[in-house]
Design a protein around this ligand. Structure first.
Ligand code: TYC
Length: 112
């Protein structure tokens, strides 16, 4: 004869949750970042450096002056951290602008 089968016969019936919760950690790849560095020299005018920092790095006059003074005193400073392409563009813009104005200002980049 047919035997009735109800939920109450189940070992993991209602109220008895045996499901497993797993956490996945997707391996996301962040692009490497590059520091753009400004180097000190004895000839480039301070006002020119401040102008470069305002123009190409979007810094306020106060921020630009502060970084310029750090470079002047310490020899170099990190101006910003960017993706490879943006860092490369900033360095090229600064080097080109300095060369056109016949100042020896040097700007480089290095992997963070
Ligand atoms: N040392 C320069 C001067 O006395 C000023 C200067 C600051 C030059 C920062 C370059 O990246 C620099 N006129």
């Amino acid at each position: 004869m047919h035997e009735a089968w109800t939920m109450t016969d189940r070992k993991d019936g209602p109220g008895d949750d045996t499901s497993i919760v797993t956490k996945t950690r997707p391996k996301t790849q962040r692009p490497p970042l590059y520091k753009v560095l400004l180097l000190n020299d004895d000839y480039t005018p301070m006002e020119f450096v401040v102008h470069v920092l305002e123009r190409f790095f979007g810094l306020s006059h106060a921020q630009a002056f502060e970084i310029m003074l750090t470079v002047h005193k310490k020899g170099l400073a990190v101006v910003g951290v960017f993706s490879f392409e943006v860092a490369e563009t900033k360095v090229a813009q600064v080097m080109d602008f300095a060369r056109r104005h016949q100042h020896p200002l040097q700007c480089t980049m290095e992997k963070e």
